[in-house]
Write a protein that binds this ligand. Structure first.
Ligand code: PRX
Length: 654
């Protein structure tokens, strides 16, 4: 990409200053924010050190702040010792043992409340169970669970004993699960008999068995939570019921005091090439930005009830469900199921029933619910809401305005938070009591986050609204530490573009006259489906793994609800399928990709041709494929194509 290629078509001029009443009781008022920015600008390391000392409990205080000696493998606070689970739970018990930590609602309507004391006891019992099963500090544990409190308990228990968890989203297939287990070299898998979603049972144990049968040689035990109670098979010696293991365990478990840099978790995410990357996060640095952003951006206060709708299988469910809000001693809502059960009012009913005050979801969910009209939200009392947030992809101004008017009743600020799996926590976002918002912009970087938009040579773009590469110019505590088992890929992906100087986010962006950031999309071949990243390569590999497929190329096209939809151009072995055969083949390939990766990766559109458009040097013309997928007129010069005739086939015209 060159910055010349990026032109901005979206100019949005509306501004929404924070309401006076909101600012009056907000944690950060404009003057506080100014002071934080000034501190970070005057003394970058001192700023972070002060935050780390005041926001985290240290067993052994740190004396070093940022260590750049192994750059870009930066380390933070690395002679300090702490424990993430202690910081999320134990330190609140003095004053808040009875405070509700988790309000859980199952899809069928079952509700359970867990106090901080109860959470402590359950986490300790499960941590003791893990130890009794032989799990030690540094072991990798894969968690493949429904969205229940036990998923959070499992994560917290791993953190408590220094085991490194890797949560795999329950919507991923057995193959994806197996690949992640093997890449991480996990010794344990924690799963459930199933989960409830969309009125059906998600067969997590069956998928786990399939993964095991396909080969997960490092796994010694599979722990199984009973959630649905339906029949599943248990393998003697390998599989153990959660309740059998936990029953006799003590409700005390001394935390393992780990080095600040000890890996807390791996989370796999898609890149443009090759297999998913195991993004490795640290303990202290990660938790620091997690807790700070819950306080700064979500303004969490003692009486708040915070609901982040993300699954723990994604980074959002780590930082804004399982760790950050607990470290901030907040009350969180966890909902197991789909937003559409029993109808499109479920989210709003949950907000009313549990008096949710801070609500955080993805633009794709907002658009889907917006499509169903205002009657659903209008049926419920949403007066408890005081702050709304979005994450995962650019939000279109129309959806922003609907969220603002119909959900927030024009009272609630909206925080559009830009960040990534790799950054661990919000990077660019409004501070709700201090920053005016503009629909579609994530506004300005948070204190201590030195984000910028630069050109191909790494120079700051000073011209307003001119697009370029989004970079972060200084290391920050919660940044990824490496790609698990692949330091070179870490360097190549995030640091090589600008000679190791800047962290390359992989997004393009522009800054407007006020210095507000507007995210314009990805610069690599990554598709953002419903706020989740998928590498085009991954979908292509899944397609060519099908015996009938010789070649495949995958691009995206805009989608009204999902943000982007996947379009696959497929070349089959033998005759090109047409008519009924093509229809059957499309169905088969969609199911196949669902099996290989997960339902989220199923192409919306599959087209067959006798060849892919290639240049004479053999490169697939991806830009041409995108034009075709968007249904736009072809303006590129296709006379250099090796095989011009296929273009009509790919357009569906031949
Ligand atoms: O392209 C950006 C988009 O999502 C990518 C990160 O995806 P992932 O690691 O899966 O994390 C999603 C949740 C943090 C980014 O590179 N993205 C995320 N938030 C926004 C966004 N694009 C525009 N606006 C946002 N608020």
């Amino acid at each position: 990409m060159s910055d010349k290629d990026i032109s901005s078509t979206l100019i949005e001029n509306r501004q929404f200053p924070p309401a006076k009443e909101f600012t009056a009781s907000a944690r950060l008022k404009p003057a506080d924010l100014k002071a934080l920015h000034k501190h970070a600008a005057d003394d970058y390391e001192g700023f972070w050190a002060e935050q780390a000392r005041t926001q985290l409990h240290w067993k052994k205080p740190f004396s070093q702040i940022l260590d750049s000696s192994r750059a870009p493998h930066y380390q933070w606070f690395n002679d300090g010792e702490m424990n993430v689970s202690y910081n999320c739970i134990d330190r609140h018990l003095d004053k808040h043992a009875d405070k509700t930590a988790i309000i859980f609602e199952g899809e069928k309507g079952d509700v359970r409340q867990i106090s901080y004391q109860e959470l402590h006891d359950e986490v300790c019992q499960f941590a003791n169970s893990l130890k009794a099963s032989g799990i030690k500090k540094g072991d990798r544990v894969v968690i493949y669970m429904p969205m229940t409190p036990e998923a959070v308990i499992a994560m917290q228990a791993c953190a408590r004993i220094g085991a490194i968890h890797s949560v795999v989203f329950g919507g991923f297939s057995a193959e994806s699960l197996r690949d992640r287990i093997n890449d991480a070299g996990a010794v344990m898998l924690i799963t459930a008999d199933g989960g409830h979603r969309g009125g059906k049972i998600v067969e997590l144990k069956a998928a786990s068995d399939k993964a095991m049968n396909a080969g997960c040689p490092s796994i010694q035990h599979v722990l199984v939570l009973k959630r649905t109670g339906h029949d599943i098979s248990m393998q003697d010696g390998r599989d153990i019921w959660w309740h059998d293991l936990v029953n006799d365990q003590a409700t005390q478990c001394e935390p393992e005091w780990v080095n600040a840099e000890h890996p807390l978790f791996l989370l796999y995410t898609s890149g443009s090439t090759g297999k998913p990357k195991g993004i490795q996060h640290s303990s202290a640095g990660y938790l620091l930005n997690a807790v700070l952003t819950n306080l700064w951006v979500f303004d969490l206060q003692d009486e708040d009830t915070f609901w982040c709708t993300a699954d723990v299988g994604w980074i959002t469910g780590h930082t804004y469900v399982a760790y950050g809000p607990l470290a901030a001693c907040s009350t969180i809502v966890i909902y197991e199921g789909a937003p559409t059960v029993p109808d499109y009012g479920r989210f709003w009913k949950i907000c009313e029933d549990h008096k949710v005050s801070v609500f955080y979801t993805a633009p794709t969910a907002i658009r889907a619910l917006m499509k169903m009209g205002d009657d659903f939200p209008n049926k419920y009392d949403l007066s408890s809401l005081r702050l709304l947030g979005t994450v995962g992809e650019p939000i279109n101004p129309e959806a922003w305005m609907w969220y603002h008017k119909v959900i927030g009743k024009e009272r609630c600020p909206i925080v559009d938070t830009w960040w990534q799996t790799e950054t661990g926590a919000h990077m660019i976002s409004p501070i709700p009591g201090a920053i005016s918002t503009k629909p579609g912009s994530c506004t300005i970087p948070l204190p201590g986050i030195i984000a910028d938009v630069v050109n191909d040579d790494g120079e700051s773009i000073t011209e307003a609204n001119k697009g370029g590469y989004l970079v972060i110019k200084k290391p920050f505590p919660s940044m990824l530490r490496t790609v698990w088992g692949d330091d070179q890929r870490y360097i190549d992906t995030y640091f090589s573009k600008f000679g190791g100087k800047y962290y390359l986010a992989g997004d393009s962006a522009r800054k407007d006259d006020d210095g507000y950031f507007w995210i314009m999309g990805r610069i690599d071949d990554v598709i953002n489906v419903s706020g989740h990243r998928l590498g085009t390569m991954e979908v292509e590999s899944a397609l060519v793994a099908h015996p009938r497929v010789a070649e495949a190329a995958v691009v995206s096209r805009p989608h009204e609800v999902k943000g982007e939809a996947i379009v696959a151009f497929v070349i089959c072995n033998g005759e090109r399928p047409v008519g009924a055969e093509a229809v059957a083949m499309v169905k088969e390939l969609r199911e196949w990709v669902g099996e290989q990766i997960g339902a989220i990766a199923r192409p919306d559109d599959i087209r067959f041709a006798e060849g892919l458009p290639k240049t004479r040097s053999g490169k697939i013309m991806r830009r041409l494929l995108r034009t075709i997928a968007h249904g736009e007129e072809i303006t590129q010069d296709i006379s250099t194509l090796e095989n011009e005739g296929v273009v009509l086939q790919l357009q569906g015209k031949a």
